[in-house]
Design a protein around this ligand. Structure first.
Ligand code: HEM
Length: 312
């Protein structure tokens, strides 16, 4: 455990706060997934306002007189849709809350670690800069009417944001390292394949976006059959990845410090596979889409955290 001049309970409070920041990063990823699957991305056509207001109204009656200029920017709604506006608005509120949490984190990190461990301060700053970049990218996505490549970049950037709190927590507890050459190598391979799998998954998702949009979000039963070979590759890679995670779990049983983490990864990969198979078998159910996305982000961050604890 890192030694500073601070009392252990303050150290624990800082670690717990970092965990809350991580939780909010996942909440932002989940909220983003819900916005997309409910087609609410353009629910607020302007940014940072929503229909020129700080909070959207519950009915069209509360809109400003010039609201039609905003409606013309929307992709699927021809009338004001309060459900879409509020889904997007809540998404922005959660993102805003994350921004505030991170700003406090930066201040706390400098106060606590500037002398004892500067890396933690810089990691916290990176989190802030990364979040500002994500917010900027979010604005670009809105301005360009959800251009798909930018959505992928948005997703990958979110994953890298999520690993920063994990790195900070690791810096606070650097003594918990297990030495196992095979496990270290397999975990690295699994992590690399997972990253590729997530990029392929985002490609599949972009195809789903295009197909569904072209069909006016109707005829869900035909979407899966229109996917290209990227979807076949996604399925094959998922099996390879699952086998690697099963190996990681099995091998972690030999190390008391890793057993719970290994079991967690196994659980997440099984849930993720079940979510994927449900997407493919039941015409891409709306509520499974954000869960599949959230679980793949949790697996990425979980595997990364696991790797930090294993060395050659
Ligand atoms: C370890 C396994 C897997 C990982 C890490 C993974 C990851 C991902 C990711 C990151 C996306 C993009 C989600 C988004 O941007 O909203 C995605 C989409 C998708 N995946 Fe997977 N996936 C896995 C397994 C599977 C399996 C086994 C299937 C089906 C048999 C599957 C079917 C799909 C489908 C249909 C989509 C598009 C969903 C949408 O449009 O929301 N996935 N996957």
């Amino acid at each position: 455990m890192l030694r500073t001049t601070f009392a252990p309970h303050l150290m624990k409070a800082y670690s717990n706060y970092t965990r809350i920041v991580l939780l909010f990063v996942f909440l932002v990823i989940l909220a983003g997934g819900i916005v997309r699957t409910t087609q609410s991305g353009m629910g607020c056509p302007d940014w940072p306002h929503c229909f020129g207001m700080w909070a959207p109204p519950f009915s069209a009656k509360g809109l400003p007189p010039d609201y039609k200029k905003y409606l013309s920017k929307q992709d699927i709604d021809t009338e004001y849709n309060p459900a879409h506006a509020w889904t997007e608005y809540v998404n922005r509120l959660i993102t805003g809350a994350l921004g505030i949490l991170i700003a406090v984190h930066v201040a706390w990190s400098f106060k606590k670690f500037f002398r004892a461990k500067q890396t933690i301060c810089w990691l916290s700053c990176l989190l802030l800069v990364g979040t500002l970049f994500e917010a900027w990218l979010g604005k670009i996505v809105v301005d360009t009417n959800l251009a798909v490549v930018k959505i992928t970049l948005h997703m990958i950037a979110a994953l890298f944001l999520a690993i920063i709190p994990v790195l900070i927590l690791h810096k606070l507890n650097e003594n918990k390292i297990v030495h196992d050459k095979t496990l270290s190598m397999i975990t690295t391979i699994a992590l690399a394949i997972l990253l590729v799998q997530i990029i392929i998954g985002t490609d599949v998702r972009e195809q789903v976006d295009e197909i569904s949009k072209a069909l006016g979000y109707q005829h869900r039963d035909t979407w899966i059959s229109q996917l290209t070979t990227a979807f076949d590759i996604h399925k094959i890679t998922s099996i390879i990845l699952s086998l690697l995670v099963i190996f990681v779990f099995w091998r972690s049983l030999s190390h008391v410090a890793l057993q719970r983490k290994g079991a967690f990864l196994l659980l997440v990969v099984f849930a993720l596979m079940a979510a994927g198979v449900s997407l493919a078998s039941f015409n891409i159910p709306v509520f499974i889409q954000p869960i599949h996305l959230l679980l793949s982000s949790i697996l990425f961050v979980g595997l990364f955290a696991f790797k930090l604890n294993v060395r050659k």
